[in-house]
Design a protein around this ligand. Structure first.
Ligand SMILES: Nc1nc2c(c(=O)[nH]1)N[C@H]1C(S)=C(S)[C@@H](COP(=O)(O)O)O[C@H]1N2
Ligand SMILES: [Mo]
Length: 318
């Protein structure tokens, strides 16, 4: 197939795995000792499918947006499995095991399956889409993701008539994820969508960013991106997708149900109990002195998704 170019040789293939891993461990310690400034010069561990094409930019998505610099996208992250600091995922992600990687898809489906990453990659053609991503903490980025609509995977497993929700469950690697030692979250990280939200063409299954394999910090080797919802809905490093009849008990709702809802649609009119959601700071554009931007309803994707919520009181279903 023409989608797959002749593989280039990744460093992981020419160096035995154990040497590669220990070099990263070494870099990690040196990096920590030298402080934050060294982060940008650290090689980012990605998932090692260097030979594939990540797809052409689809101009229907975000053509007019100025991209957040790649360095900010890959080193300013929330991925609590590696720690709560924004730089922790890039700094401590180097020991994560990314191969082999399997994603089990089961629950209310006629064809439960365990997909190898390579099989998952072949389900649909990858494309690049520029999405605005808005964190519940009040910052945002404009990110070129590489992936295909999650609906392609869901159709392949054939949801039953009982399927109403989809859960996304993140991997747990205690040796490689220092953040698992903290009890902030009842691990594993679990997020979910209503089935119609998951089937919406905007919901993307993501394998790459900026035309390259996802770095660990962004959820290697596979994550979801749901651009009209706060960032915490977009689960990373997914190993299990489960279709259910009942609404999942998602991680942030379990932590603080009065602060974080199951829907978590970006909504400037519904403040978080401790801060406003009316404006946002765009990462990588002028620092703390840059004017904050007005946050848009559904993060600007209302045309595509508002109909999913017609008749719902969005201040109650926040
Ligand atoms: N497994 C897991 N997924 C996660 C998180 C996390 O801590 N663990 N953080 C979420 C939050 S709060 C945000 S804002 C986005 C950030 O995605 P990015 O780092 O790729 O920009 O990831 C989300 N997915
Ligand atoms: Mo977030």
């Amino acid at each position: 197939m023409s989608r797959f170019k002749i593989p280039q040789i990744a460093p992981s293939e020419i160096t035995p795995e154990y040497i590669w891993t220990s070099r990263r461990t070494w870099l990690k310690h040196v990096g920590a000792a030298m402080g934050a400034g060294v982060l940008s010069s650290l090689p980012l561990q990605a998932w090692g499918r260097e030979g594939i094409s990540y797809g052409q930019r689809n101009p229907e998505f975000g053509a007019d947006e100025k991209l957040t610099p790649e360095e900010d996208v890959t080193t300013y992250n929330n991925f609590y499995e590696f720690g709560t600091g924004k730089e922790d995922p890039a700094r401590y992600g180097g020991d994560m095991r990314l191969q082999p990687w399997k994603v089990k898809v089961d629950g209310e489906v006629l064809r439960p399956q365990e997909f190898d990453l390579d099989d998952l990659l072949k389900l649909a053609a990858l494309e690049e889409r520029v999405y605005r991503m808005r964190c519940v903490e009040g910052w945002s980025m404009v990110i070129p993701w590489n992936g295909y609509p999650l609906s392609a995977l869901l159709k392949a497993v054939e949801p039953t008539g009982n399927a109403k929700y989809v859960e996304f469950i993140t991997d747990m690697q205690p040796d490689a994820m220092p953040g698992l030692r903290s009890r902030i979250i009842d691990w594993p990280y679990l997020e979910g969508l209503r089935l119609d939200e998951a089937m919406n063409p905007l919901t993307l299954l993501v394998f790459g960013v900026y035309g390259k394999a996802l770095p660990v910090a962004n959820g290697a080797p596979v994550r979801v991106a749901i651009p009209w919802k706060y960032g915490f809905k977009s689960g990373k490093s997914i190993v299990h997708i489960r279709l259910t009849e009942k609404q999942p008990e998602t991680s942030w709702v379990r932590i603080a149900p009065h602060e974080y809802g199951f829907y978590a649609n970006v909504n400037p009119d519904v403040p978080h109990p401790r801060w406003s959601q009316a404006t946002e700071r765009r990462i990588g554009s002028g620092g703390l002195f840059a004017p904050r931007l007005p946050t848009q309803m559904f993060n600007g994707y209302g045309e595509q998704v508002a109909s999913l919520y017609s008749g719902m009181d969005l201040s109650r279903y926040y």
